[in-house]
Write a protein that binds this ligand. Structure first.
Ligand code: AHR
Length: 509
């Protein structure tokens, strides 16, 4: 007889995986489609401020508490001349933007985005162009952004009205340089050398910055993980992180299998950690290279429409590109991916949900100045970002498992637990990935003493294909009352089939 689905978790305040770097809840804005123009920026709209930034969008970004935002790309960055995007707006040139075959007006650039990020309470993760540009342009941009004054580019910034440097701490050395689609695509040797020399020069300008070396653009790239090893052999001494990118989608229509895709992310992360540690060992190195999972999300709904626009209707200003409309099962997958990132928070220090507004995004704006609304995936991302601050615990977990079409030994429930010592709160994030069956849950909180349930928030009970829209947000969280705390330290109950759960627990002392 098949075993009843169940999960038993023991949490101990002394079993800690890692302090969570809040930058694990980062996001990404690329000059792509309607992300910047029509998304963040819409001068003339009554919803916008005097700089043209949409206030309703900024409010939603603040709701998500996004600590860091990668900018300006993505594939876009490999053709970007940053000097086009600063100074008086009337003098900025319009350009053919080759990555997305669009028209870039440069009305938003380095200066505007730095100000917007500050309004969003976020910091900037700036990417430099190592596709069509190189060391001098990267150094000039860093000098423009971070050097106080008295040099060509710092004085240029001041002449543009920005006296104070932007103080950007985190920098990406190019984007997906292994991808044949990338403008200025490189072999691993070419990229390794260029990244090494660029990193060396950038750290001479500002030794306080942190640098991200480009990893493979997905685990399915033919050169993965040799790319990681070869490029890090060059960059190890100068960089702090290596990037990982991965997108998921229910292309086969098999939802049970789709909900197992976070196991692929888990395997990807483990292989990159092994590659970083191999290079460290080979170099008799002292430091760990940590991971920046700076592009992750669901992306597949819009693929055909995007191909049509790029092939048949190029050179539009802010075309409708990558506007995936997410359903309930996509929200469950985003929850699962967040759990996976947290369970590697000892090495994954930064991660960016790609992207933030209109382009594969949790926040959408209606075209032509219409309202902003929240996609299904907004909620797990917000819950993790708001409640997932503190220490990631190392739970002991016993859980029943199942197989799917392309995955074996998939846990019926995926979970992680975060302890916020300051607030005396534990939050357990859990996804029941069985489509129709409840899973009994038992959490033993023995070392925490007397505990009580603050609330149990869930996304559950929707059709897997249910979506939100400007007309109405159907897939929204609810509060459940189905869990109990027995004897002050044992939580019991059931997680419903296909559900995202946020179980908030108060530690009494
Ligand atoms: O996020 C969309 C695109 O996906 C990015 O521009 C690129 O880096 C990746 O392939």
């Amino acid at each position: 007889m098949a075993q009843k689905p169940e999960i038993k978790i023991i949490l101990d305040r002394d079993y800690r995986l890692s302090d969570i770097d809040e930058r694990i809840y980062g996001s990404f804005i690329e000059h792509l489609g309607r992300a910047v123009y029509d998304g963040l920026y819409q001068p003339g709209n009554p919803l916008s401020d005097e700089m043209g930034f949409r206030k309703d969008v900024l409010d939603m970004v603040r709701e998500l508490k996004v600590p860091i935002i990668r900018y300006p790309g993505g594939n876009f960055v490999s053709g970007f001349d940053w000097l086009d995007s600063v100074g008086p707006k009337a003098d900025r040139p319009a350009r053919l933007e080759l990555a997305w075959r669009s028209l870039e007006t440069n009305q938003v650039g380095i200066q505007e985005f730095s100000k917007w990020a500050r309004l969003a309470d976020s910091s900037v993760m700036m990417a430099v162009n190592l596709g069509t540009r190189g060391i001098p342009e990267a150094c000039a941009l860093l000098e423009y952004c971070n050097h106080p004054s008295g040099t060509k580019y710092s004085d240029l910034r001041i002449s543009h009205g920005d006296k104070e440097p932007y103080g950007i701490k985190t920098w990406c050395l190019g984007n997906e340089m292994d991808g044949p689609w990338q403008i200025g695509h490189k072999t691993m040797e070419e990229y390794g050398r260029l990244a090494e020399e660029t990193a060396k020069a950038m750290k001479l300008i500002d030794p306080s910055i942190e640098l991200v070396s480009c990893g493979s653009s997905s685990k399915d790239m033919p050169d993965f993980p040799q790319w990681e090893v070869t490029t890090l052999e060059h960059t190890y001494d100068y960089v702090d992180y290596i990037s990982l990118h991965s997108y998921y989608g229910n292309k086969s229509g098999d939802s049970l299998d789709y909900l197992a895709c976070s196991d692929d992310m888990d395997g990807f992360i483990k292989t990159v950690i092994a590659s970083c540690d191999f290079v460290k060992a080979k170099k008799r190195g002292k430091k760990d290279i940590n991971l920046s999972f700076d592009e992750w999300n669901v992306w597949f709904h819009s693929n055909e429409a995007d191909d049509d626009i790029m092939q048949n209707h190029p050179w539009q200003q802010h075309p409708t590109l990558l506007e995936d409309i997410y359903n309930f099962e996509d929200a469950l997958v985003v929850g699962l991916l967040l759990i996976t990132l947290l369970n590697h928070s000892d090495r994954v220090k930064m991660a960016c949900l790609a992207q933030l507004v209109n382009v594969i995004a949790p926040i959408m704006t209606e075209p032509n100045g219409g309202k902003a609304w929240r996609q299904t995936i907004f909620y797990p991302y917000m819950h993790a970002s708001v409640y997932g601050r503190g220490v990631c615990l190392m739970p002991s977990v016993k859980v029943t498992k199942h197989d799917t079409a392309t995955h074996e030994n998939v846990t019926d429930v995926a979970c992680t637990a975060v302890y916020n010592e300051e607030n005396k709160e534990i939050t357990v994030f859990a996804v029941n990935r069985l489509l129709d069956s409840n899973v009994d849950i038992n959490i033993d909180l023995r070392s925490f003493g007397n505990c009580s349930i603050i609330e149990h928030i869930a996304l559950e009970g929707f059709d897997l294909k249910a979506v939100n829209s400007a007309q109405g947000e159907t897939v929204v969280p609810k509060n459940l009352n189905t869990l109990s705390m027995d004897g002050g330290s044992v939580l019991n109950g059931a997680l419903h089939g296909a559900s995202w759960n946020v179980i908030r627990i108060k530690v009494e002392k």
